[in-house]
Each structure stands twice: as C-alpha cells, then as structure tokens.
Design a protein around this ligand. Structure first.
Ligand SMILES: *[C@@H]1O[C@H](CO)[C@@H](O)[C@H](O)[C@H]1NC(C)=O
Ligand SMILES: *[C@@H]1O[C@H](CO)[C@@H](O)[C@H](O)[C@H]1NC(C)=O
Ligand SMILES: *[C@@H]1O[C@H](CO)[C@@H](O)[C@H](O)[C@H]1NC(C)=O
Ligand SMILES: [Zn+2]
Length: 740
C-alpha cells in the first residue's frame, strides 16, 4: 500500500467504506479533541460484480452477547480447528462441516479479499415482490394522461410473478379488484373518516366472518393473501390492468370556484398499508403514491379546500400558525411506523407547481426507505425517466432494490457505536457495543432499513471509550463488523458481512500520522449529515452556530449556504426534499450536493473545473453547474451573442459549434444516470433562469462591496448572504475569542 489515497480508494471499492480517520486515536480524550469523530460512511449493498455470494450460513461466535461472524481478522488454529473471535476473544470450535479446513484449504470468509462477503441463507419458496400503486385522480388532464402512460409502461418492467395492486383516490377512494375474467369490481371508501386497521381488513374481506357470539378475527396472512383479489401476479392481469389504467378518469366531483379539489390522500394510504399488513407482513413491498396536490380532507389533511387559505409556509410554521401541521405529521408518522414494522416501503412521487405536503408526509418515505421524487408535472422527462430508473436492473438482470434490511454493528472493546444517520430506524437493541453518547439515531446497535438500493449509504458514528491511562498494546487494531440481512429482489434472504480494522495511534506522539490518515471528503459528508440531522430536530440558528464552531477547524462554507441548512427561498416541501436525498446518497453525490461543481468551457483550453464564485462568470465562457438537483448550462454574454447571431451554423465557425456542444454532451451523461433525474436548465447572460447559477456561486462581489472591490470581471450577485471573505474573517475572530 503506497499512499493513503490508494488505501482509501481500495477500501471504498472493496468494502463500501469511507472512514473519517484511517488511524484511530487510542483514547477517548484524544478522540474528542479531534472534532471530527471516528465515523464512517457505509454502503451496505455496494455493487460487487466480482463477489459471487456463497451458498451457506455464516459461522458465528458462540458467546451469547457477541455472535460476531467469522472473518479474515480472526486468529485460526487449523490443527485444533479452533478460531478466536477478534471482537470478544472467545475461542470457538468450527462446525463439523469445516472438518476439512487447513492452511491451504480455507473457506472464503477467512481470505483477506473477502473482508466483505455475502451469504445466501434461504433459497426456499420465493415470496413475490409487491407493487401497490396509489394514484391521485385530482389532476389536470395532461398530468393524468402522462402518469397513466408511465404506469402502463412500468408494468412491463416488473418481473412476471410480481404482485400488483391499484388504489385510486380523489374525494373518494377506490380499491380495484383485479381479475383476468369477467367484470372487475372496485370497493369505494369515503375519505373523511379515520379507519382502524381492523375495519379496513373487514371491509376488504380479510377477516373470518363473525359467527354467533364470536367476533370476526383477521385471517392468517397466508389465507388472506390467497383469497385477496386486490393483489395479483402481473403476468395474469397485465392486459386488464393496462386497460383499467387507460380508462382512468379525472375525479368526477365538481370543484367549485375558489376551492381546491378534495383529495383523500390520508385514507388512501391507510387502506394501502392496511391491505399489505393483512396479507403480506414481512415481505418486500412498495407502496407507490403518485400525487398532484396536497391532502385536503380527512385525516392527514395538510390544507383546507379554500383556495384563499394558502398552504403553510416557513413563516406560518415559525409563528405557530400552521394549523394542520402537527396533526397531519403525527398521522403519517403512525402509518409510516406500521409500514416499517412490516418491511413495506412507501415512495412518494409528488408532481405539482405548488407544495403537496411533503413536509408532513416525508416520514412515510424516510422511515420506510422509500423514494421521494418532486417535480412540476407528471408530463416531464424528470418524472418519467426517474420513475423508469426505479426499475433499473443490475449486471445480473435483477432489480437494484432490496427490502426488509437490518444492519447490525459490532465493535471491538475500545469502541462503541453512537448512532447512525440515513434512511433507517432504530431497533432499540442494547448491547455491549452501544454508546450512551448518542449521535444521530443512537442507543442501539441494530437499525431497520426497509428498502435499500446499491447506493444507499449510512453514516455511522463511534465513540472511542478506551481510557487515557489504559494504552492499547503496540500494534493493536480496532475492528468494526457490519452485518446486513436483507431480502434480495430475487426474494432470497441474504446476509452481507463487512469487517474492517484500523490501527490505533497515540495522538501525542503520532499526531502527524493521524493527520495524514484524515479523509477530508468523507469527513465533510459525515459532518454535514450531523448538521442536517440537527437541522431537522433543532432550531435553525442553533444549528448554524454549532456548524460555525465546528468550522473553525473544518471548513464547510458551502454547506452553510446549502439548501440542506438554509430554508431561505425554499418552501417547507423543498427543504424536506433536499434533506431526504442528502442523507441517503453516496459520498460522491453528497459532495456535489454540498459544493456544486462548476466547469468552464472556452476557446482557451480544455474544459476545466473553476471556483464556485461569481468571478468565474465571464463573457467568453460557457459554464456547466451540477448541484445534484439541477444541471445548469450558462452561456456568457459574448457566447450568447454569437449564438444568437447563428455563428454555429456557419462552416467557418465549426469550432464554435463544437464549443456549444461540449457542455451539452457532458450534461447528457449526467442526466442518463442520476437518480432522481436533475432539473435541466439552459440559460445565458441576462436570462431569467440565470438565477439558478447566481444563487449558488459565492458572492465575492455583492451589491454591498462591488464598488469597493472595483473589479471589472465577474458578475455581481444580489444577496444578503455573507461572502467567503467576510465569513472567514468572522471565523478567525471567533476562533481566537472562543475556547473551543
Ligand atoms: C406532454 O408534453 C408534451 C411536450 O410538452 C406534449 O407534446 C404532450 O402533448 C403532453 N402530453 C399530454 C398528455 O398532454
Ligand atoms: C380481461 O381481459 C379478458 C381477455 O383479454 C377479457 O375477456 C375480460 O373481459 C377483461 N376483464 C376486464 C375486467 O376488463
Ligand atoms: C428521518 O428520520 C429520522 C428519524 O428516524 C430523523 O431523525 C431524521 O431527521 C429524518 N431525516 C429526514 C431527512 O427527514
Ligand atoms: Zn465474539
């Protein structure tokens, strides 16, 4: 291993791990002085085409409160057929099936290249995947038409044995019986009255009929599933379902002047969740909500139907004037928790020009590992292509989605786990490696992740508990094991095990070594996730103050201005949306979100990255800005004039044509792979959409200091946010005046 750079890269490729520090400070005291905690980003299902899963069960440490999985770091006595657990030092004998092992005949899990290994533990009768579409019909004709086409298309992407179901809603809710012969029925529910899970099951015929003196009881899930006509295999009903979707009409109830349509999203979702709960608990399922506006009646309503009462803003929320906020959030949280318990995930596709209530509903996706996609209309490539990407396949032709995951973390004695931040919920599992000092979702060593993709990335934070006066023996290593159990999209149960170790270092004598092991990119994302977590749970100014204190030693100017922490200029729905994506993306994507990338294209050389600063905006440049959610191509003043004059059409200006084309090609490449697909903006000097670029660049020249600086180049930015220079000056003052 020659450099840390290579070491870091190799660990990411192999184990899906990036650690803030790659040498760990050997005592609690030293660790707390380092500001950035011992922590890591972990991508449990990172794609590994070179890692064929093994077809047997993992071997576990026999100590009851340890149960760590046999791994390459364990000491093995091949003659005595004994292995020592590297977490608790228990000596374990190998199971009988390992009788033939020797130095030259080792099982995969002992080989160093299998620090990450995947076990297939159940090949039994496959459970089908389930897709339940929940479709809002209170939409403009154009949106509904486009949505219907996308839904029809999606049927062809499902595996033939997947089960599908359809619920449509407006003022009333309809759940459609799917059958391949005769007339299909549908059951109609009112959207105003809260329904208990049992009532829903009764109404859907998922109960044993009541007999004299005996109340009806829910059918066992297996029987309920067998008799349920609402979920059917795609291959049996796809023709009929395609027709049914094609015939869907807009909600027939008239909407009076000055009113919003009545939209019963809350009850529609509770029926979807009740149906799956009664039929397929603990089976991989996606509830996919497609909505064109906010819930306006019944439990879960976010705004009333009077148009003159606008949907809550940040201002209303701060003034405690958002009447439905608490009640609606509580309602959706309860639904989300029920779905999470059963391993069902809920996706929200919200397409509308105004807010749709994501702030209240986001927990549905957050707690269940579902997707959130927000767009202006269902008739946009942003929605259509993003939706198609949900069904993308891996190198084996299998879906890039997994269900019902649990992640367990084990640590060697010098460490404890403080918490996780990502699309997970606590399983409240106490144990010897759980720290009292919580960061993120803590107090547990196990988390549930209802739905995962190969990109799903969790941040995990650790506490060094070793005391200063109890030095770690020379050459000692700390170890962490991640055990992820999940249902693969081909419905196998699998267990992925990753075991990592890092050397301990004495921070007093080896501070340079520790410093050189610092992974700045990983640390940026890890600290940013802590910031976003705090922003979700605490007041804004406190979070910025916290961040500024951290910033004195860790530079995160752009994060401070990012939409993840600043709610200025964003609606509550938008803030929820940005944060949702930020806490689940991998390192590269997260870095783009924190600090958008700006590329410059000009005649003076090949395209190059330039500073995200207003001084980068020049007349003879084209800029391509990637903020993750937006791709902006901006033509400088001169370039824009040439383009208007049509130089690119003339043979003698072929090179200008090429210059115009280059950023388009680069943008195309990004558009093709990102999830969700970014908003694409093509603009120029003076264009109204140029604000997308101007709002992101660092205001080195603002209307406050433009004249003082007297520069000729660059474009002034109208903002009240502080510039990098002012910010740095302020930080320096803070740094010398505070005792932090
Ligand atoms: C969707 O948008 C495209 C392009 O703007 C338009 O041609 C098409 O008619 C729209 N679809 C519907 C159903 O209105
Ligand atoms: C389903 O399709 C079959 C054959 O294509 C047809 O006979 C039947 O009427 C259809 N049912 C519905 C409810 O459309
Ligand atoms: C997701 O849910 C957790 C609770 O499990 C919460 O702490 C976190 O702030 C939420 N994150 C987002 C982005 O909504
Ligand atoms: Zn053990």
């Amino acid at each position: 291993m020659s450099t840390y750079q290579e070491f870091i890269q190799q660990n990411e490729d192999c184990d899906g791990i990036r650690c803030s520090w790659n040498l760990w400070p050997s005592s609690r005291l030293e660790a707390t002085r380092l500001v950035v905690p011992v922590s890591c980003l972990y991508t449990p299902l990172k794609e590994r085409p070179d890692l064929p899963p093994v077809q047997y069960e993992p071997v576990l440490c026999s100590r009851a409160n340890c149960k760590a999985v046999l791994n390459p770091l364990c000491q093995v006595d091949f003659r005595a057929k004994i292995w020592a657990c590297n977490f608790c030092f228990q000596r374990n004998s190998f199971p009988p099936s390992y009788a033939g092992i020797s130095e030259v005949n080792q099982p995969a899990e002992l080989m160093p290249q299998f620090s990450t290994i995947e076990y297939i533990v159940q090949r039994g009768p496959p459970n089908p995947l389930i897709f339940l579409y929940v479709v809002d019909t209170c939409q403009e004709e154009e949106d509904l038409q486009a949505l219907k086409e996308s839904l029809q298309m999606s049927l062809s992407l499902l595996p033939p044995n997947a089960l599908v179901g359809l619920i449509t809603f407006g003022r009333m809710i309809q759940i459609h019986e799917l059958s391949c012969e005769g007339m299909a029925k549908s059951f109609v529910f009112r959207g105003t009255k809260e329904l208990m899970p049992k009532q829903i099951q009764e109404m859907l015929g998922l109960m044993k009929p009541a007999t004299s003196g005996q109340q009806g009881k829910p059918l066992a899930p297996h029987d309920a599933a067998a008799s349920c006509r609402f979920l059917q295999p795609v291959q049996a009903v796809d023709m009929n379902l395609t027709d049914l979707l094609g015939e869907l009409q807009r909600d027939p109830w008239p909407v009076p002047q000055g009113k919003r349509p009545l939209r019963s999203t809350g009850i529609a979702l509770s029926i979807a969740i009740g149906l799956l709960e009664g039929t397929f608990p603990n089976t991989g399922a996606r509830v996919m909500l497609f909505t064109g506006g906010p819930p306006t009646q019944g439990p879960g309503m976010v705004v009333g139907d009077e148009l003159k009462t606008p949907i809550r803003s940040w201002h209303d929320i701060q003034k405690d004037n958002a009447h439905h906020l608490k009640k609606a959030t509580k309602y959706y949280e309860a639904l989300a928790n029920r779905a999470a318990v059963n391993g069902h995930s809920i996706d929200i596709y919200a397409c509308a020009l105004d807010q749709t209530g994501l702030l209240e509903m986001k927990c549905l996706s957050n707690l269940t590992g579902g997707h959130i996609v927000m767009g202006d209309s269902f008739n946009t490539s942003l929605f259509k292509q993003t939706f198609q990407r949900v069904f993308s396949k891996d190198y084996n032709g299998e879906f890039r989605m997994a269900f019902g995951g649990t992640l367990e973390v084990k640590t060697s004695r010098e460490l404890k786990v403080s918490g996780a931040i990502g699309p997970c919920v606590s399983l409240n599992t106490k144990g010897p490696c759980v720290s009292d000092n919580e960061m993120g979702v803590g107090g547990t060593c196990q988390w549930k992740i209802c739905s995962l993709t190969p990109a799903t990335t969790l941040a995990l934070y650790f506490e060094v508990v070793n005391q200063h006066n109890a030095p770690v023996p020379q050459g000692g290593r700390g170890a962490i094991q991640f055990v992820t159990q999940y249902q693969h999209s081909n419905t196998q149960r699998r267990i992925r095990v990753t075991t990592i170790a890092r050397n301990w270092a004495d921070a007093q004598s080896q501070i340079q070594h520790i410093e050189s092991s610092f992974d700045q990119e990983a640390s940026t994302v890890l600290m940013a996730r802590l910031g976003v977590f705090k922003a979700e749970s605490e007041e804004g100014p406190d979070v910025l103050r916290w961040l500024d204190r951290q910033l004195i030693r860790l530079f995160m100017f752009h994060l401070r201005r990012s939409p993840f922490l600043q709610v200025f200029n964003n609606s509550p729905d938008e803030s929820s949306y940005y944060r949702h994506h930020f806490v689940r993306q991998d390192l590269t994507q997260s870095l783009i979100m924190i600090q958008p990338i700006l590329y410059s294209y000009s005649f003076y050389g090949p395209p190059e990255p330039v500073l995200l600063d207003s001084s980068s905006i020049l007349p003879d440049r084209i800029l391509l800005m990637d903020t993750f959610f937006q791709l902006v191509i901006y033509h400088g003043e001169t370039i824009a004039q040439w383009r208007k004059s049509g130089y690119q059409e003339m043979a003698e200006y072929e090179n200008f044509k090429q210059l115009l084309q280059a950023p388009l090609d680069d943008a195309q490449e990004i558009l093709q792979t990102r999830f969700p697909m970014p908003r694409y903006i093509d603009t120029e000097y003076g264009g109204s959409q140029a604000r997308f670029l101007l709002s992101k660049v660092n205001p080195s020249q603002t209307h406050n200091n433009l004249y003082a600086w007297g520069q000729e180049s660059g474009a002034p930015i109208l903002t009240d946010d502080v510039s990098l220079q002012v910010f740095m000056d302020h930080l320096k003052k803070l740094a010398v005046s505070s005792s932090a």
